[in-house]
Write a new protein. Sequence first.
Length: 116
Amino acid sequence: MKCRVAEEMVNRYINHTLTVDELEEFLEHVESCSSCYDELETYFIVHAAMNQLDNGDTEPVLDFKNLLEQDLKKSRRYVRKKKIIRFLEIVSLCVLAGALISLLILGIFQIRQMIQ
């Protein structure tokens, strides 16, 4: 992913509107590109501070860097979970297709035996 694309995704990351595939690519990029990470950090801090002011939090969080790291970890777990679910769905579909094909073949053999 190019930096320009990653920078355009920062707001969508903060607003949690990236698709799983986009999120995975974005996370990989910001983990390896300090410039884009800094960009994300800046926008994240501003967004988090504004949210705290808007919500009138009585005990605001001031460690925004830690808050960003927690959010990135949560996003990584989300991507892993979605990838596992996608893998299990594919395996389930393959097993189901295999079972249906087996039943079809078994049915054909039984019909042949009845005809003979």
